[in-house]
Design a protein around this ligand. Structure first.
Ligand SMILES: [Mg+2]
Length: 214
């Protein structure tokens, strides 16, 4: 891994990388449908069917899809984003190896966060993870962008570094691996679910492997 020599900043994705995804699932698949069921006086089963259809209709390529506020307004729910966040905040779970790994790496590199989720999701998670990060970026909130190669390049510009000086680690093949690679950024794919062939370069199964290679 010769190009690791040039790494100046190490970046982490959040959901599925540092934090278990259950928190987001609770909001999208439990809280929003429950509120909708109550509002429309229909069963939860009926509500979730309706909601899922609506999520799919709007689609992940539409930036609105990621916004809690958008869905609250869309379904005319009587709730605020903050209410939902504080209701489920205690359910945010950090992967067990995270504190050790971040502590170890921050001795050598400035660490940053690059997430696709809006910043309202990020703040309660950062409280759980701890204060290891020099900067945090939400591509949606900061640039109105998903994790496109252009989005990553904008972050490099903000950080005033060349793409080859950044290493990003995350659990989504397209968004966290292929996309930064297209922008000439180094990337490591975190394959927690064992989807890719083991032992390939730039693929790790757990963050535990990072202190050994960085
Ligand atoms: Mg992720």
């Amino acid at each position: 891994m010769e190009s690791l020599n040039g790494i100046k900043i190490v970046s982490f994705d959040v959901d599925g990388t540092l934090i278990k995804s259950d928190f987001n699932d609770l909001i999208w698949q439990k809280e929003i449908p429950s509120l909708y069921a109550r509002k429309r006086e229909v069963s939860f089963e009926k509500a979730i069917k309706m909601i899922m259809e609506e999520y799919n209709r709007v689609g992940e390529n539409n930036l609105c899809w990621y916004s809690m506020d958008f869905w609250i307004k869309h379904f005319h729910l009587d709730v605020r984003v903050d209410d939902i966040i504080s209701k489920y905040e205690s359910r945010i779970e950090v992967y067990p190896e995270v504190p050790f790994v971040l502590k170890k790496l921050e001795e050598k590199y400035p660490l940053i966060i690059i997430t696709m989720m809006p910043s309202e999701f990020l703040l309660p998670k950062l409280k759980k993870i701890g204060n290891y990060f020099k900067s945090t970026f939400s591509t949606i909130s900061d640039f109105g962008d998903l994790k496109s190669p252009q989005g990553y390049l904008k972050i490099c510009q903000r950080l005033q570094i060349s793409p080859v000086n950044l290493l990003h680690i995350g659990d989504q093949w397209e968004a966290d691996y292929l996309s930064p690679k297209k922008a000439n950024i180094n990337a490591i794919f975190l394959d927690r679910k064992n989807e890719k062939i083991a032992k390939r370069e730039w693929i790790i199964k757990s963050l535990d492997e990072l202190p050994k290679i960085l």
